[in-house]
Design a protein around this ligand. Structure first.
Ligand SMILES: Cc1cc2nc3c(=O)[nH]c(=O)nc-3n(C[C@H](O)[C@H](O)[C@H](O)COP(=O)(O)OP(=O)(O)OC[C@H]3O[C@@H](n4cnc5c(N)ncnc54)[C@H](O)[C@@H]3O)c2cc1C
Length: 408
């Protein structure tokens, strides 16, 4: 019997998984990758350690228009499947607080086992081959890449998004999908640093502190290690809220801002903190302002808060108006920052938006173009930090590869 000819466009996490799965199902698979090598983005994941999944998996960890659709996909390839998939290729996986990593703590180990598996399954991997058009002709597909035309029975589009374009994902997949009639939900950077209006942030650049960060209209609230930069804020809690903040700014229109309230002492109740402040005022009357505020938070932060309250650091605290002292104490628990936007796709880990899943079946096949499948971040699905985005790549890649290889 003639083997099904499948073309996978994009050799990232999703494309490699789709190719492996389809080849295991008996299809003849060709993987077309625009870059010099497959899996470039994978190498930079999890700070080089690759957080490849999470045991606490549910659609709540994802954004995208259709949560039921996402939930159904996840139920057919869960975290246990991810562990099995990698174990089957020789990669040991370990878990830390639910987060999954390769035992070797090296993203390169993940890429190495995927590449070995592609090779041993006989997948033809063609690098430096960027697909520039896909068309459907008499029940098959023609994929043109430079001056070559490839013909396939089925095509899986796994071109990634626009995030981190240096790794190869330049957004060209959206055009390929769009040319075949698919609607693209407008894209924006997600899991990205936020830029703030406050220019004095430069004075505290480099400081890291545990904080609860709340968007004051209620769009987002996160806790974790806040990192201050010369242009704004970064760190896991900022990445986690960046998608909702970018959506809010888009909704509010050009030039708008989002206000954040930062609590740098989240473990103190209001009463406990009031008691602490009152005690300090009673006992530390002989100090300079700088000495008086020492030991509460990072020194750079306290100096900035004193400046914002109009207190000179060498002033005797006994001569500082009580309202100004209270202002500094207040800033420790309610420091307002104003977000004007985020860093660009260059710095984003993922992209919100993409191919509209309303036009994609639960086996990842297009509802508009039979024989065309999607996998990975090209779809309108993006997850929180914590291994969810790579899980989506393995999950959707597996579902697409399996369905595409099935003979009808
Ligand atoms: C710095 C960083 C750290 C991250 N850390 C984590 C993490 O620890 N855990 C986690 O879950 N997620 C993480 N992510 C997100 C995760 O890496 C992505 O969601 C995931 O890799 C997406 O996989 P993909 O295969 O859909 O796309 P990609 O990995 O982007 O792969 C797409 C591939 O398609 C190729 N391509 C594009 N267009 C064409 C074309 N026209 N023709 C041929 N080839 C084409 C590209 O060159 C690329 O190789 C991180 C992302 C970044 C940038």
């Amino acid at each position: 019997m003639r083997r099904m000819q499948i073309g996978v466009i994009g050799g990232g996490a999703a494309g490699m998984t789709a190719a492996i799965t389809a080849a295991r199902e008996g299809a003849a698979v060709t993987l077309l990758e625009g870059g010099e090598r497959v899996g470039r983005k994978l190498l930079s994941t999890g700070n080089g350690k690759c957080n490849l999944g999470n045991l606490d998996l549910s659609a709540d960890a994802y954004y995208g228009a259709d949560r039921d659709w996402i939930s159904d996909c996840l139920s057919r390839f869960d975290s246990e499947e991810t562990i099995r998939f990698f174990r089957g290729m020789g990669l040991l996986v370990k878990e830390r607080n639910g987060y999954l990593y390769p035992m070797a703590e090296q993203a390169s180990a993940v890429l190495d086992v995927l590449r070995s598996e592609l090779r041993s399954l006989g997948v033809e991997t063609v690098t430096e081959c960027r697909a520039d058009a896909v068309s459907r002709e008499k029940g098959s597909f023609a994929v043109s890449a430079g001056n070559r035309i490839y013909r396939f029975d089925r095509v899986i589009l796994a071109c990634g998004s626009k995030a981190a374009p240096k790794t190869g994902s330049d957004g060209s997949g959206y055009r390929l999908a769009g040319d075949l009639g698919h609607a693209i939900v407008p894209v924006m950077p997600a899991l990205v640093q936020l830029r703030c209006r406050e220019s004095w942030l430069k004075e505290v650049a480099g400081v890291r502190a545990e904080a609860v960060i709340r968007e004051t209209s209620g769009a987002a609230e996160e806790r974790g290690e806040l990192q201050l930069t010369d242009y704004g804020i970064s760190g896991i809690p900022v990445f986690q809220m960046s998608r909702r903040i970018n959506a809010l700014l888009r909704e509010r229109g050009n030039g708008s801002e989002a206000e954040l309230a930062v609590n740098l002492l989240p473990d103190y109740s209001e009463e406990d903190f009031a008691g602490l402040c009152a005690g300090r005022k009673l006992l530390q009357t002989d100090r300079t302002a700088e000495e008086f505020f020492t030991g509460i938070l990072n020194k750079k932060l306290m100096l900035l808060f004193m400046k914002l309250a109009g207190i000179r650091r060498d002033m005797p605290i006994s001569r500082v108006e009580s309202a100004k002292t209270d202002r500094v104490f207040g800033l420790c628990r309610d420091w307002r920052l104003h977000v004007t936007g985020s860093n660009s796709f260059d710095n984003a880990q993922v992209c919100a938006g993409g191919v509209n899943t309303a036009q994609v079946g639960r086996n990842m096949e297009s509802l508009l173009v039979p024989g065309l499948f999607f996998a990975g971040e090209i779809l309108d699905v993006d997850g929180r930090c914590g291994g969810y985005n790579l899980h989506w790549a393995w999950c959707s890649g597996h579902l697409a590869g399996k369905a595409a290889a099935q003979q009808t």
